[in-house]
Design a protein around this ligand. Structure first.
Ligand code: SF4
Length: 217
């Protein structure tokens, strides 16, 4: 695997168009949400990840400590953890595999449905969701595309280059360079979440509490 692959999610470039959400559904042939979500007074839709929604842009409106308004967007999906807690928690750990070429964490059909509560509880980011048939679902890093020298559908669809994908060492270098640039651009609290532990690196311009996202700490 060498170091495998990684994503960089640069929230400073995301404008919440949700092309990534749509591209994920399209490539993976995921059905529409059932029941159809209703208007909840937010641009965020659907309200949560699900067995048929593996990538989601999460919105949050809140106040900063100086009482200015913060309206943030951030992508939520599996982080493809380096030492995946979901695999460690599964009753049948062999049913969760690590793709040799990419490092993607993949749930097999044999992932015992009775492990669901343990697996979901073990995930620091609250990602796995269970389908009607008991099988567990989440982002699969479009490993089929990557094996054919294509980037994941979400990265291809993003019109603002907010989703970068590539060899892990290159993505780590890119992330560090972007972090320095964003800090120098007037965002001293910018941070990359869980840099050493995950394959989906998220760069936030502001403190993490302003975003609708589970973090490891
Ligand atoms: Fe497993 Fe959750 Fe990590 Fe994905 S984010 S690899 S589901 S522990």
């Amino acid at each position: 695997m060498a170091d495998g692959k990684s994503f960089l999610i640069d929230t400073t470039k995301c404008f919440a168009c949700r092309s990534c959400q749509v591209a994920c559904k399209q490539w993976n042939e995921l059905p529409a949400e059932d029941p159809v979500p209703t208007n909840r007074g937010s641009y965020e839709n659907p309200p949560d990840l699900s067995a048929s929604c593996w990538v989601k842009i999460q919105f949050k409106e809140t106040e900063r400590s100086d009482e200015s308004l913060a309206w943030t967007f951030v992508r939520n999906s599996c982080r493809h953890c380096i030492d995946a807690p979901c695999k460690q928690a599964a009753e049948n750990p062999d049913s969760i595999t690590i793709d040799e070429q990419t490092g993607a964490v993949l749930f097999g059909e044999g992932t015992a449905s009775e492990s669901y509560s343990k697996i979901r509880l073990a995930c620091p980011f609250d990602i796995p969701r269970q389908g009607a048939g008991g099988q567990l679902f989440k982002c699969v890093m479009c490993y089929d595309r990557v094996h054919n020298d294509e980037v994941p559908a979400c990265a291809k669809a993003c019109p603002s280059d907010a989703i970068e994908f590539g060899d892990r060492d290159e993505i780590l270098s890119m992330a560090d360079a972007r972090l320095e640039a964003v800090k120098a651009d007037g965002f001293p609290d910018a941070v990359i979440l869980d840099r050493r532990d995950v394959r989906l690196l998220v760069l936030l311009a502001d403190e993490a509490s302003l975003y609708s996202l589970h973090t490891r700490d």
